[in-house]
Write a protein that binds this ligand. Sequence first.
Ligand code: NAP
Length: 269
Amino acid sequence: MDYRGRWALVTGASAGIGQEFVRQLSDAGANVVLVARRRERLEQLSALLQSHGKKTVVLPVDLSDPDAPETIVAFLKEQGIVIDILVNNAGFGLTGTYVKTAWEDQESFLRLMVGSYAELTHRLLPSMVDRGYGRIINVASVAGLIPPAAAHTLYGPSKAFLVSFSQALAAECSDSGVNVSALCPGFTYTEFHDVTGTRAEVSKMPQFLMMQVGRTVHGALRAVEKNRTVYVPGAIYKFLTWLSQTLPRSWVEEIVKGPSKSYRNAASR
Ligand SMILES: NC(=O)c1ccc[n+]([C@@H]2O[C@H](COP(=O)([O-])OP(=O)(O)OC[C@H]3O[C@@H](n4cnc5c(N)ncnc54)[C@H](OP(=O)(O)O)[C@@H]3O)[C@@H](O)[C@H]2O)c1
């Protein structure tokens, strides 16, 4: 992968998978715009990369704010930055059942997990198509490929949207020079499980179920270069996804109920 001279924009760049995208894109020569809410985190990473001669720009924004995508695009225009590589990645898990979670929280979750991905893509895609080059990675999840379970109600559906959205875009952009991929990780070591309060539960899981961010991100960048529309990192999750799409739907729904119930209930306590 050689991204020298290209500009990438990564959302959720202050931690986990997003931070790793910033590192690997930067290593591959890209200039990177770092977006998330925590300014100090972004500035720390940016300063580190700049000390190695990399070009970075920091933009602290809350992507659950409906004006955020427009603000980002206005900022890019002002800076004269044209984005070649978009990594829509920012996200979190909203714990609790649907009825017990306030609508304002659900709405803000959808704004971030669905709205910001769709709108940023809509605003940045036209110039990619015009220039005949673009890479878009939507960070979905294995949860978007298997039947959803109780609690964290909108998480699975929001990720299923991203998978389907990426497939539709990839079909629409074929032959345009724009490659679109949905990255579908299983459990991955990041701060995600601290934010959702599931760290203790996740720590009890067998190690073979836990993915490393470095390999996940490297695989995702290779996948988008190869124009693979849906990428699931790790042999175990490839197998589990295949199984869930092969067994009768009613069996899979029953199987998913057990483990996901204990994981999700732990977060909802
Ligand atoms: N870790 C896993 O097991 C796993 C598995 C499958 C899919 N995923 C997906 O991977 C993506 C990245 O998660 P991660 O595992 O890297 O989690 P993480 O370490 O908690 O990082 C989440 C990132 O999203 C940013 N973010 C959250 N809310 C935001 C908001 N309102 N506006 C702007 N940025 C926001 C956070 O930055 P600030 O707090 O600074 O804003 C942070 O940079 C998510 O979409 C998640 O659903 C994770």
